[in-house]
Each structure stands twice: as structure tokens, then as C-alpha cells.
Design a protein around this ligand. Structure first.
Ligand SMILES: Cc1cc2nc3c(=O)[nH]c(=O)nc-3n(C[C@H](O)[C@H](O)[C@H](O)COP(=O)(O)OP(=O)(O)OC[C@H]3O[C@@H](n4cnc5c(N)ncnc54)[C@H](O)[C@@H]3O)c2cc1C
Length: 428
């Protein structure tokens, strides 16, 4: 939308004193006023927010740093990935998965679903626009965002509402390990791992025993590599299905009737009957039950898709924490020393919100997640929102998206009824 003259003058005045703009020169920075929310990130959460807003008649602009929607799924996941949860728990608002999709859709099917979703709601993200800075301007009473394009070109967006949808998995977590520079073999994060094919007959150490680490080990086995896994902490491994139902679905159903403590006890008994004592294979369970732990710390239980059987059969070896690395060698904290050709870091991801959002009330600088616990983390002050930071996957994102759209719609309608511009009164 063309920027009203008075607002343009005000922003240019501000740009003239902003070091980032002074370096580039004001004239090179395009400025655009968005009559509606700006959503940062075109993953499932950003798409869900845009669709929910559209259903309420509120237009939005979606900014995405990569060249496609759902870049995490398209660019940073391994080939064998399927949804960890049954499809009915991974649907975005207003659109079911196709009935011919399996219970656990493949990554390609999930991407197809998201592409159809964007098409269906006519969501056209602006690709290759990485938001580098966003700050609330108290004088203007508007958010000002700076995005950087593929060729370094800058755009300033000015808007009343800002929706952070950059995800809990925006940046890979790379652990520090003594001697990492001396190792000499391939070391890569799971975000760069595609398939075990390139590791055929190689000794590979997978660091981290979450869902990704366990699945990568299985994939390596299936490609005739010789994987080992580092299990530093306690972990809950549950069968993906129990009593003919998905463990997740069954848990949700039981939670309607029973306290979480009892549901946890039930899950642990059935897991013990089905999988045996996982501690015997080096996978000690935490003291808290899987659902209580998830609620308190966000730590997700591993849903076993066959890795445990390979651990039991000795095809995958389990090691404790790493002490140091040497040339193609890993020394573990219990004194064991083993040779490896490669290391895969299944050490997770973190939010990047603190790197671009200059705000400290809603989001913690420490972990980049909303300070307020679920379900209250979606709304901040001055028109700031977050979608997809609940540690509850796509289901949590869908809940956030609906709430955000309802909240913005209320304000949008009031303004529309007054028949005024959405600009603050001082500027309109
Ligand atoms: C391997 C794996 C499997 C998972 N399986 C499931 C599952 O089965 N079910 C489930 O419910 N959940 C699952 N999750 C968790 C979660 O639901 C997904 O990660 C989901 O993709 C989260 O969506 P999102 O949109 O919040 O974040 P993302 O998918 O990470 O999308 C965020 C987008 O924001 C963009 N972005 C980041 N920073 C900027 C910036 N500064 N400027 C502009 N754009 C930016 C990114 O490029 C990205 O496209 C899984 C996660 C992983 C890692």
C-alpha cells in the first residue's frame, strides 16, 4: 500500500537518524505501509495465521527468508521423514488431509498438503525476504520491520500488527565439543542429513536421542552403515502405537477422563510390556512421566518406529556423553574410546526471535520463546503475536492462529465501523 505522505515524512526523518539506514542511504530503502498484519515466516504456523486472518476478512503480508514455503520441511529434513503424529493431529485450520493419505503422511505428502493449503487460501508469501530487525515505534504506534532481500536490498515494512512465525526450529543447535577441529571426518547437523546412502559401511556416531537422532540411526542401519548413538540424558521411549491406537491419540483421549499422573503410569506400564526395560539398553527413563515432563519442560518423548529393536539386536550401539574428540576417534565420559568415520549432530534447533525482534517482554532472550506458558503465550503488547511457539507441534500452532485471527479481527472491525484508516489518529 502507498505510504501516506505524513507517515512517509515521519519515517524518513527517523531513518535519517538510524545508523543502519544511514549506512545504506535512505533512498535505497523501500518503505511500505501494510494495512493489516505482517507475518514473519511461511512455515505451517505462518500459513495457518494467514489463512485464519483471511477467513476473517483481514489481509496480511507474509515474509519468508527462503525461496519456498515450509523451508524446514523442504530443505532441512531427511528423506525418510514422516509426520511423527497421526495426520488428524497435524492439520491446519479449515483444511483436512486428503483421505487417501496414510495415517503418518510422508514428508513429500505433508509438503504437498501445505502447498495446496497456501493455494487454497491464496497465500502468496514474499520469498527471499529475511527480517533482520523489528521494533515497535512508540511515537508512530506502529511496528517497523526491516527485511533484507537476496541481493542485499532492504525494505522497511510499517504495520499495526506483527505476528512472529519463525518457529522453534529456526536455527540448528551446534554443541561445543573438545577437539572438534581435530576429528577430521564428516560432522553434520541433522538439518543437512538426507539419507544413510552416503554412509554405507561407515562407522557413524549420532549425537542426541530425540526423535530425529533415533530415526537417523534407523535410516543408517537400513543403508548398511554401522551407527552408534550418544545418550547423555534420560529419555522416554514409547511405542508409536499401543492397543491398536496411536500412543498420542490414546493419551489425548485418556486425558479427558484421567489425571495426567495416571495416564503417564498407564503409558509406562504398556511401554514396559511392549518394549521391555529400556534402561537395560542404556536408555534410562526420567523420573517424571512422559506427559508431565512434556508439560513442564517441553521435552518430547521418542515415539519408536523400530530403532529400539536395532538397539536390542546390537545393530546400534549406545554410548554415554562425549568427553573429547581426536582424529577419527571419540572418547566417552566413561573412558571408552571408539573410532568413527562421521558424526551426525541430532542436537535440535532453537528459535531465532531474539536475533531480529527488538522486544524483551513477550519473548525471552534466553531461548527465544514466549515467557508466558501455554496457552497464554500467543499475545503480547502493542499488536505483537506469536504462532507456533507452544512446543505442541502443528496442533499448538493451529490453536494460536485461530486466537490471533479472532483478536485482530475484533480490532479490525471496530476500525472499519468507525470508517477510519487503520493508521493511528495522530497520523491519519
Ligand atoms: C524433524 C521434525 C519433525 C516434526 N514432526 C512433527 C509432526 O509430526 N507433527 C507436529 O505437529 N510437529 C512436528 N514437528 C514440529 C513442528 O510442528 C514443525 O517443526 C513445524 O514445521 C513448525 O512450523 P513453524 O511454521 O512454526 O516453523 P517452521 O516450519 O520452522 O517455519 C518457520 C519459517 O520461518 C522462516 N524464517 C525464520 N526466520 C525468519 C526471518 N528472520 N525472516 C523471515 N522468515 C524467517 C523459516 O525460513 C521457515 O520457513 C517436527 C519438527 C521437526 C524438526
Amino acid at each position: 500500500m502507498a505510504l501516506p505522505q505524513c507517515l512517509m515524512r515521519e519515517i524518513q526523518g527517523k531513518q535519517a537518524h538510524d545508523p543502519a539506514f544511514m549506512e545504506k542511504g535512505i533512498s535505497k530503502t523501500r518503505c511500505e505501509y501494510v494495512d493489516g498484519p505482517v507475518i514473519v515466516g511461511a512455515g505451517p504456523s505462518g500459513l495457518a495465521a494467514a489463512a485464519c486472518l483471511k477467513q476473517k476478512g483481514v489481509p496480511s503480508v507474509v515474509l519468508e527468508r527462503s525461496g519456498c514455503i515450509a523451508s524446514l520441511w523442504q530443505l532441512k529434513t531427511y528423506d525418510r521423514l514422516r509426520l511423527h503424529l497421526p495426520k488428524q493431529f497435524c492439520e491446519l485450520p479449515f483444511m483436512d488431509f486428503p483421505t487417501d493419505f496414510p495415517t503418518y503422511p510422508t514428508k513429500q505428502q505433508f509438503i504437498k498438503y501445505l502447498e495446496d493449503y497456501a493455494k487454497n487460501f491464496d497465500i502468496r508469501p514474499r520469498f527471499n525476504e529475511s527480517v533482520a530487525h523489528a521494533e515497535y515505534d512508540c511515537t508512530l504506534r506502529l511496528w517497523r520491520l526491516k527485511s533484507v532481500g537476496a541481493k542485499g536490498e532492504e525494505t522497511e515494512y510499517v504495520c499495526r500488527w506483527l505476528v512472529a512465525a519463525t518457529g522453534e526450529n529456526a536455527e540448528p543447535v551446534m554443541p561445543t565439543m573438545e577437539g572438534i577441529g581435530d576429528f577430521g571426518g564428516c560432522i553434520k547437523h541433522t538439518s543437512l542429513y538426507k539419507s544413510g546412502e552416503e554412509f554405507r559401511l561407515k562407522n557413524v556416531l549420532v549425537v542426541g536421542c530425540g526423535n530425529s537422532g533415533m530415526e537417523v540411526c534407523l535410516d543408517l542401519c537400513n543403508h548398511k552403515a554401522k551407527p552408534s548413538i550418544v545418550v547423555r540424558d534420560t529419555v522416554h521411549v514409547l511405542p508409536r502405537e499401543m492397543l491398536g491406537k496411536s500412543t498420542f491419540g490414546l493419551s489425548m483421549w485418556l486425558l479427558k477422563w484421567l489425571p495426567i499422573r495416571l495416564v503417564d503410569r498407564f503409558l509406562l506400564i504398556v511401554s514396559w510390556l511392549m518394549l521391555g526395560d529400556t534402561a537395560r539398553f542404556g536408555l534410562d527413563r526420567p523420573r517424571l512421566g512422559p506427559l508431565q515432563l512434556k508439560n513442564l519442560s517441553g521435552k518430547t518423548p521418542v515415539l519408536d518406529v523400530g530403532t529400539l529393536a536395532k538397539i536390542k539386536s546390537g545393530d546400534i550401539k549406545v554410548f554415554p556423553g562425549i568427553k573429547r574428540l581426536k582424529r577419527h576417534t571419540v572418547e566417552f565420559v566413561d573412558g571408552q574410546i571408539e573410532k568413527f568415520d562421521a558424526i551426525i549432530l541430532a542436537t535440535g534447533y532453537r528459535s531465532n526471535v531474539p536475533s531480529w525482534l527488538k522486544e524483551e517482554e513477550m519473548f525471552s532472550r534466553k531461548d527465544g520463546l514466549p515467557r508466558r506458558a501455554f496457552p497464554n503465550g500467543w499475545k503480547g503488547e502493542c499488536g505483537l503475536y506469536s504462532v507456533g511457539f507452544t512446543k505442541r507441534g502443528i496442533l499448538g500452532a493451529a490453536m494460536d492462529a485461530k486466537r490471533i485471527a479472532e483478536d485482530i479481527e475484533r480490532c479490525w472491525k471496530v476500525e472499519a465501523n468507525r470508517n477510519t484508516s487503520l493508521l493511528p489518529y495522530s497520523l491519519s
